[in-house]
Design a protein around this ligand. Structure first.
Ligand SMILES: [Zn+2]
Length: 749
């Protein structure tokens, strides 16, 4: 009996073919280079004979385990007798290339390498009915097809930041499995950071006793670390799927957690805490202290033991040099080594650690800052600040990985980088294909400042699904006319597999936009538009508790929030988007601005201060209108003399981003727009006092007396002046952000 699977299929299933789920070519992401459908289907009745290639042990276990959970019984047989044949082809030299053929007699996967066979298996898995992800013991059919495939780029990865928020080992392994599903081959695992050290180094116990834990602003403790055994488990799990785990050990910056554990490694020796705030910190490893290098060598020894791959990422980004400039030890080092400045000291630092890693058989990758002060020999560069670093590194002959903030930052909100933006990324612009260096590939970067474990998948997917296709199938395919539409149709067929794998993937684009206009009955007319494919909304206007739904206009008076639950593809997600609004007495009154708003922060246009849309806790939400280094004056015409009952405006505070409270807010009224009298004046406020907060503040302006009447109302918001001496940008013009000119009238309903 040549084809046991086929024979049994006829015996057991011919009477009820409808019960057998059918696979398809509809959900292939990344899209293989060549797919030729046709020929007879292959049918399996639930028993599959498989022939395995030599040496394919860990991979075989992965495939067998998947077939077992699908309920398919595997019979291992030799050679051509099998219905599923994995065959090593000595004539194929490309690392991950494979050929996959399906006809009525079975499935043939051929490749030159074990990795290629695994990629071929992954494509087969995506052709299997989704039902098989959870169980298809009754069998399945697969369409006849001939596929030839190979990745365009050799480095296709995800950066996972395990430091800003810790993820447990099972979660990390799940992400590795998802990388495998996407044909990706690198997990770039970010393991040391200011806010947490995650690697157990037995000779340095304080790293995990102290450095792995931080006290959050609310007093709770956050942290965790991975033992060598746990990291080996992840590495082995990844290796079985032909995924390289590249550990990232940050140096010389982003090292607060290590310095909290061992303060003597810093320039000042001062003790510090593992910070809970985000940002860039000035305390970094002292480059003049030999103890620093003994420490880092011990860390590297441990890392080299646990991670057998050829590469280690050493960070190198965002390392302020203020401590080095003031440190006698660092200055002495610069003199001894003949280094002209602190940037060259960083190159020396990275170069020294690179040479040490070379003795362990490792090469280094660093963020594009390592180009400053000269690229350390043999280092590869990961370009994140646009593609400029990539161009420079290629010019210098280096290997390059690209993950620019413009397309690849999966932690960024969808309004910055939506799915289509990610898909449009071209990691191989023509200008960078002519050496002497080389673009190896790219990554999607998942930083977790704002993403505890339970939110990570909602940010990574489906945007990484798009990047996976960009890196595998290549920009020639993804940037072509109609490429995105074709991707979306396959994505629709791909989602059910993510559902079956319990992936909490997020949206493709911001779900809603709020549009306002002047209402027929004197209020604010609002419509919450559902954006994106398959999105709808239901919710409440908190102003009076009424039920609302997307795309249905309603009119409001006074302050309230739109609370809208996101529905997608017919399912209510429980995720709620909130939009603060104010249907005050001056909405859509004619307004004149005495300034040009920043083109980056218009708040939506000239009417932003009377459009009823208030700002949120995010100054980039599109509702804020801003101006740098100048006062902001705006005048509205109420259309007739009215009695004013209250005045207020909202301003944003975020001093680290140079955004200060206004110095003062003066409100004036006029009957004829010629002679003006004061309605209210907030007076000078202590705006330049140092303040760590990042928030919207309401600036209420108490009226000088009740019953004041005006037709014209003018608001003058004074800029706070240059950033003060204590500020990182001392002397630079500060910003003022305003959201609305709220004018309440006596006769408002
Ligand atoms: Zn120093």
């Amino acid at each position: 009996m040549a084809w046991p699977c086929l024979a049994l299929a006829c015996l057991m299933s011919c009477g009820q073919p409808d019960d057998v789920p059918a696979g398809s070519l509809d959900a292939l992401i990344p899209q293989p280079q060549q797919v030729v459908p046709g020929g007879a289907d292959f049918r399996c009745d639930g028993v599959l004979s498989v022939s395995w290639p030599e040496g394919w042990t860990a991979e075989r276990a992965v495939v067998e385990s998947w077939l077992a959970q699908a309920g398919i019984r595997v019979q291992s047989v030799e050679g051509n007798e099998a219905a599923l044949r994995f065959v090593l082809d000595p004539n194929e030299s490309r690392a991950e290339a494979y050929v996959l053929n399906i006809d009525s007699e079975g499935v043939d996967i051929q490749a030159g390498t074990a990795a290629g066979l695994f990629r071929g298996w992954t494509t087969l898995r995506k052709m299997m009915p989704v039902a098989c992800e959870t169980g298809c013991s009754g069998g399945f059919t697969l369409p006849g097809v001939a596929i030839e495939d190979a990745p365009v780029m050799e480095h296709r990865g995800l950066l996972l930041d395990g430091c800003r928020h810790f993820q447990d080992v099972e979660f990390v392994k799940k992400q590795v499995e998802l990388l495998a599903l996407h044909g990706m081959n690198v997990l770039h695992w970010h393991l040391t950071e200011d806010q947490g050290w995650r690697i157990d180094v037995p000779s340095r116990p304080r790293l995990t006793e102290v450095g792995a834990w931080r006290t959050e602003a609310d007093g709770s403790l956050h942290g965790g670390f991975y033992t060598a055994e746990e990291m080996r488990e992840v590495v082995a799990y990844a290796a079985a799927r032909h995924i390289e785990v590249i550990p990232e050990i940050e140096m010389p910056g982003h090292s607060s957690a290590a310095l909290a554990a061992y303060p003597q490694l810093g320039c000042t020796g001062d003790s510090l805490e593992v910070p809970h705030r985000w940002g860039v910190f000035k305390d970094i490893y002292c480059a003049g202290n030999e103890e620093t290098f003994r420490f880092l060598e011990e860390v590297v020894d441990e890392v080299a033991e646990v991670f057998p791959g050829p590469r280690v990422h050493i960070g190198g980004d965002e390392a302020p040099k203020v401590r080095w400039a003031a440190c006698p030890k660092c200055q002495r080092r610069m003199k001894e080594e003949g280094l002209a400045n602190e940037e060259e000291l960083q190159r020396w630092f990275i170069g020294r650690m690179g040479r040490y890693l070379a003795t362990k058989g490792k090469t280094i990758i660093g963020w594009d800052e390592i180009l400053e002060g000269g690229l350390p020999e043999g280092a590869a560069v990961q370009s994140w600040r646009g593609m400029g670093g990539a161009a420079e590194a290629v010019h210098l002959g280096a290997d390059v990985v690209v993950s620019p903030t413009s397309h690849c930052y999966l932690d960024y909100p969808l309004r910055s980088t939506d799915l289509e933006e990610a898909y449009s990324f071209n990691p191989l612009p023509d200008s960078l294909t002519h050496g002497p260096g080389r673009i190896l590939g790219g990554e999607g970067n998942m930083w977790t400042e704002h993403a505890p474990q339970e939110l990570v998948e909602s940010k990574v997917y489906p945007r990484l699904t798009a990047l996976a296709e960009v890196y595998w199938s290549g920009p020639k395919r993804t940037t072509k006319e109609g490429g995105y539409a074709d991707f979306l149709s396959r994505l629709d067929a791909f989602y059910p597999r993510l559902d079956a794998m319990d992936v909490a993937y997020g949206l493709e684009a911001p779900p809603f936009a709020v549009a306002t206009q002047s209402g027929d009955r004197g209020g604010l007319q609002v419509v919450v538009q559902a954006l994106g494919r398959g999105v709808e909304g239901r919710g409440e206007w908190t102003g009076d508790g009424r039920t609302i739904s997307s795309d249905a206009p309603f009119e409001v008076y006074g302050r309230g929030d739109v609370e809208m639950e996101v529905g997608r593809r017919g399912t209510w997600t429980g995720r709620v988007e909130s939009f603060p609004l104010d249907g005050h007495g001056a909405v859509y009154a004619p307004i004149e601005l005495g300034y040009d708003p920043s083109p980056w922060y218009t708040g939506g246009g000239d009417q932003a201060l009377v459009d009823g849309r208030l700002g949120t806790g995010d100054f980039r939400d599109g509702a804020w209108q801003a101006k740098q280094g100048a006062d902001m004056m705006a005048t509205v015409d109420l259309g007739g003399v009215r009695t004013i009952s209250a005045l207020e405006t909202g301003a944003y505070l975020y001093q680290d981003a140079w955004i200060f409270m206004p110095e003062s807010v003066l409100w004036e009224g006029s009957l004829d727009s010629t002679s003006w009298f004061v309605l209210a004046d907030t007076g000078p406020s202590a705006v330049l006092k140092r303040n760590d907060r990042q928030e919207r503040r309401v600036l209420q302006a108490p009226l000088l007396e009740p019953g004041l009447q005006a037709r014209f109302v003018r608001m003058t918001v004074s800029n706070a002046g240059p950033c003060p001496d204590w500020h990182a940008a001392a002397g630079s013009d500060s910003w003022v952000f305003l959201d609305e000119m709220v004018i309440r009238l006596e006769s408002e309903p």
